[in-house]
Ligand binder design. Structure first.
Ligand code: AMP
Ligand code: ZN
Length: 465
């Protein structure tokens, strides 16, 4: 049976069927590289990673694009403040983004197009020319080009807004008066002094693309006129994705996206985690506090993408405990399976298919993990009674490997969970600084997580407690 996902366009859970049999084309809006991405952004990327991995688990080939927005108001403001070129300013944030992706074990996309790539800029200009030719766009006196939302009857369909009711959403550009209608958005922004060195020549003079046309051009250029899934956080629905539909469909005359999927925001005290709110953590902030990428991944992954998720340190503690439980179970299986021959069928009470079925149900990860923890509890009971054979342990091992292609939560290879190792490393540093109080409290914390730390003449050693 096919997986079923909620479609923002229809507001219904629908059976998922890609256009081309067995192959999924997927576009995911990526970061604006004016700073480090925060873990709210990573909630979106972890959800997209789970989606890709589950589709692959179900046998689909996935081709995925994630763009990097490396020119917009924020990046321009940033490079001007830093007194460096746009490319020099965004480069370290691009690099940091890829490091964070790695730390969170996110499967790399097939393409990471950058908006400033001349190939894509040329595509954006071509698209805008087409929109002008079709009277879906118009030029303003200053050389900017706007999309005429009144020319596209379906505008507002994704967000379920009525075109007549469209009101400005708060931020009003100083050049608003140039527009025919308040909801019209910029395809091309004429160069102004605040843009400094940033700008490209176009038939409408020097300027730069609007954010929406960047994604449309990169999506069409890399994946073709019709794609299967387009994702982002819920703030992307309007106007960004609404605008993407309008631009693409006016140019190609074809339905752009079959399935729109958006995750709910990561919240802090009930508010969206956002740079502008100052209530954010980056992955590296959390790593500096001793949390591992694997723990952050778990905390972001474990709540279904359409449920609100409030960020708390208790949530990270719970992630740490859950991972330790999984690790212990995995070790138990590995110990028994070592030296076993072929896998043997599992006892009927260990029915492991619930995991995949839960994810087929609109990526119900909470149910999938509940299924995993039920299996851990039930198989541990059988282990305790000596009722699991080495061959059955081998079958469990194979199943674990299979679900880990989706979860990506396996412990690092030396057998000591990374989070225990991180605490132990901090303890070594504390002892070097002669901070005995911290050293003792780290020892207690390690102990509470099921590990013992021993100081030997060869240094600190870890053992299961
Ligand atoms: P930006 O860099 O602002 O363009 O955002 C990159 C991606 O992160 C987009 O898909 C946003 O929708 C998503 N995003 C931003 N903030 C949050 C949040 N607090 N929770 C979930 N996703 C978010
Ligand atoms: Zn986008």
């Amino acid at each position: 049976m096919s997986p079923r996902f909620f479609n923002t366009l229809t507001r219904e859970v629908e059976e998922f069927e890609p256009l081309e049999h067995g192959k999924v084309r997927m576009y995911t809006c990526g970061p604006t590289v004016y700073d480090h991405a925060h873990i709210g952004n990573f909630r979106a990327y972890v959800f997209e990673d789970l989606l890709q991995r589950h589709l692959e688990f179900r046998g689909y080939e996935v081709e995925r694009v994630m763009n990097l927005t490396d020119v917009d108001d924020k990046t321009i403001r940033g490079c001007r403040a830093a007194g460096v070129s746009l490319a020099l300013f965004t480069q370290p944030f691009k690099q940091a983004f890829f490091e964070d992706l790695d730390a969170l074990r996110l499967r790399p996309a097939n393409h990471y197009p950058e908006a400033t790539d001349p190939v894509h800029i040329a595509r954006m200009i071509e698209m805008i020319k087409g929109l002008l030719a079709g009277e879906n766009a118009y030029r303003a006196d200053d050389g900017s080009v706007y999309f005429r939302i009144g020319s596209f009857a379906a505008y507002g369909r994704l967000a379920h807004y009525n075109l007549d009711e469209l009101r400005p959403s708060g931020r009003v550009d100083s050049d608003e008066y140039e527009k025919e209608q308040i909801g019209d958005f910029a395809l091309w922004k004429a160069w102004s002094e605040t843009d400094g060195e940033v700008g490209w020549e176009s038939p409408w003079g020097r300027g730069r693309p609007g954010w929406h046309i960047e994604c449309s051009a990169m999506a069409l250029g890399l994946l073709g006129p019709q794609i299967d899934i387009h994702c982002g956080g819920e703030d992307n629905i309007f106007p960004h994705h609404e605008a993407e539909i309008a631009q693409c469909e006016c140019v190609t005359g074809k339905p752009f996206v079959r399935h729109w999927m958006h995750c709910k925001h990561l919240l802090v005290d009930g508010k969206k985690m956002a740079k502008s709110e100052g209530n954010f953590f980056t992955v590296r902030d959390l790593q500096a506090k001793g949390w591992t990428g694997r723990e952050v991944r778990y905390a972001l992954l474990a709540v279904k993408y359409r449920e609100p998720l409030n960020f708390t340190f208790e949530g990270l503690e719970a992630a740490r405990k859950a991972l330790i439980r999984i690790d212990e179970w995995w070790r138990r299986i590995a110990d028994l399976a070592a030296g076993a021959g072929a896998a043997e069928p599992l006892p009927v009470e260990l029915f492991p298919e619930k995991f995949g079925e839960a994810l087929d149900d609109d990526l119900n990860i909470s149910a999938a993990l509940a299924g995993l923890f039920d299996l851990i509890r039930d198989s541990n009971r059988l282990f305790d009674r000596g009722e699991i054979t080495p061959g059955q342990a081998r079958a469990l091992q194979a199943w674990r490997d299979r679900i880990d292609s989706v979860l990506a939560l396996a412990p690092d290879s030396d057998g000591i969970p990374a989070e225990i190792q991180a605490l132990a490393d901090r303890r070594i540093a504390a002892r070097r600084e002669k901070d005995w109080k911290l050293s003792d409290s780290l020892r207690d914390e390690i102990l509470s997580l099921g590990w013992q730390v021993k100081d030997t003449k060869d240094g600190q050693k870890l053992a299961r407690g």
